[in-house]
Design a binder for this molecule. Structure first.
Ligand SMILES: C[S@@+](CC[C@H](N)C(=O)[O-])C[C@H]1O[C@@H](n2cnc3c(N)ncnc32)[C@H](O)[C@@H]1O
Length: 285
């Protein structure tokens, strides 16, 4: 890409072509996001400005960011944030980028609760804090705890807590459920999006995932099931009677997870994500 005078339409087109040559998925969308961020205009506005020239000083900044995206740095890391369930979350390589499937997990949980719910929520493997922050943002009287074995993830989660303005109802703690085995406390709702990829699935992942999401956030031994099996040993002891345990799982893990969840929980149900994949397993204590 050269630094000549370019209209909004031209710079989006050139950026898209460049990203397509680098095999970036959703090249046009990413080009629009980058131009939007660096010209301080909303994506829709870019099309109102289609034939107008982009200020010259922004062109080299756009070019630099598009080149970085071409090296397969995730768009969310370049933008520095991601929208999750209407919350703006800070996003970097300290934790997994929250996914749209997980937004669906939050929606499915919310459908099962009254908005006046004032119980205690535990998010195991909280990462950026996305799930517990989103739940407590919607359930205004709930109290949340997010736990993770990664101190880096927890530092990002705490920054996101401050950004969210929910402070006072949520805390983040270190806990490793494969090492420590036992956990004290009593919760009304336990939720987890654990690592669930087999090493083979991780090997085949896109560079954005393989090179920039923490590997320990994604990969689990025993074909992707070690962390799910570990949760089944911990959660029954800390979940109150009637409380929900809500779990996100990987492709092809629904039947096995349903079986092992059925050993400790009642009313076990498998739910689909918006693409029709059996992605969540819920049970009650
Ligand atoms: C798939 S990520 C989910 C992050 C976040 N909850 C989300 O949905 O975006 C899994 C998280 O589990 C954490 N984790 C992995 N192994 C763990 C363990 N043994 N004990 C506690 N947390 C663990 C990782 O650090 C990571 O943050």
């Amino acid at each position: 890409m050269k630094d000549d005078r370019l209209t909004y339409g031209e710079i989006i087109e050139k950026s898209k072509d460049f990203l397509m040559r680098k095999n970036v998925p959703s090249a046009k969308c990413d080009a629009e996001w980058i131009v939007s961020l660096l010209t301080n205009k909303r994506r829709m506005e870019l099309y109102l400005e289609f034939d107008n020239f982009v200020p010259h000083e922004q062109i080299s900044k756009i070019r630099d960011m598009v080149v970085k995206r071409g090296t397969r740095i995730p768009l969310q890391h370049l933008l520095g944030s991601v929208e999750f369930c209407s919350l703006e979350l800070k996003c970097d390589d300290r934790a997994l980028i929250p996914r749209s499937e997980t937004e669906r997990l939050v929606e499915l949980i919310i459908e099962r609760y009254d908005l006046n719910f004032s119980g205690k929520i535990l998010d195991l493997g909280t990462g950026s804090g996305a799930i517990v922050l989103a739940l407590c943002n919607i359930l205004k009287f709930a109290h949340g705890t997010g736990m993770d074995c990664s101190k880096e993830s927890l530092s990002l989660a705490r920054e996101n807590l401050i950004l969210s303005g929910i402070d006072g109802r949520i805390e983040f703690k270190t806990f490793d459920w494969l090492e420590e085995k036992e956990l004290e406390g009593s919760y009304d709702l336990v939720v987890s999006n654990p690592p669930y990829l087999s090493i083979q699935e991780w090997e085949q992942a896109q560079p954005e995932v393989k090179l920039h999401d923490p590997k320990h956030a994604l990969v689990s031994k025993k074909g992707g099931l070690q962390h799910i099996q570990g949760l089944m040993k911990i959660v029954p002891n800390i979940l109150k009677d009637g409380g929900y345990f809500c779990l996100e799982i990987g492709l092809g893990q629904a039947e096995e997870t349903k079986t092992i969840m059925g050993e400790s929980f009642k009313n076990v149900e498998v739910l689909k994500d918006l693409t029709g994949v059996r992605r969540f397993v819920f049970g009650r204590n």
